[in-house]
Design a protein around this ligand. Sequence first.
Ligand code: ADP
Ligand code: ADP
Length: 234
Amino acid sequence: MTAMVFENFSYAYDGAEKALDGVSLTVARGSFTAVAGPSGAGKTTLCLAACGVVPHYFGGSMAGGVKVAGLDTAGSSMGELSAHVGTVLEDYESQLVTMTVAEEVAFALENRGVEHGMIARRIGEVLAQVGLAGMEDREVGSLSGGQKQRLAIASVLATRPGILVLDEPASALDPEGAEDLYALLALLNREYGMTVLVVEHDLARVLAYADNIVVLASGRVACEGRPEEVLPLI
Ligand code: ADP
Ligand code: ADP
């Protein structure tokens, strides 16, 4: 079973060169994939395409397609896609929309009609998972950058997506926070079969967990494979 398939997918933002250029990539269900590559290689665009933000919220031109959980991203609504894919983007702060930490986690669950007792349990559970236990009533605006990043991750985890796409999720975390985050992602991957696709420039952080590494360069897949296959090549 595949969680995600890029089929010869190309995409150019309006008036720009191709950000992705003929990407073919299969992400197996239950796998942990790390995406690396130099700045401008197309890593963020790959994340945007994996959750449907590209093409839904951007103009530009595309060729080929992306399927997520069997759904063609261009032909499916963001609502349909978000039932399967949770996303934490690079500008995670713009994903935070409410006043308090608890409200932030509850937001997506309320939208989905999750029952109140379950929401309360999930809030406690995911805040503990990301190291924000007991911070329910804090105002989001009073959190540090790293705490906001962990809150954005907690809010997405609360919906228990089958597929999780994260763009540099440890960018605002200290080394210990980064280690804790990756240990959590590895646990969710192992215990609950969550498919994880994560952009991480520091591959050393994910080598112990990733079973697939994709290196992008100039919008193309430069190499892909198991860590022991890919590392000697980069
Ligand atoms: P990475 O995440 O690997 O740094 P990106 O996916 O952000 O790469 O960018 C890939 C290419 O697309 C780059 O050449 C970048 O300048 C371009 N690009 C990214 N976002 C936009 C945008 N909103 N409009 C135009 N070009 C963009
Ligand atoms: P509940 O949500 O009421 O706790 P579940 O049977 O759905 O009941 O989950 C039992 C436990 O399994 C939860 O407390 C949680 O720790 C864990 N769990 C299950 N699925 C996930 C998931 N996708 N992400 C995080 N934790 C999960």
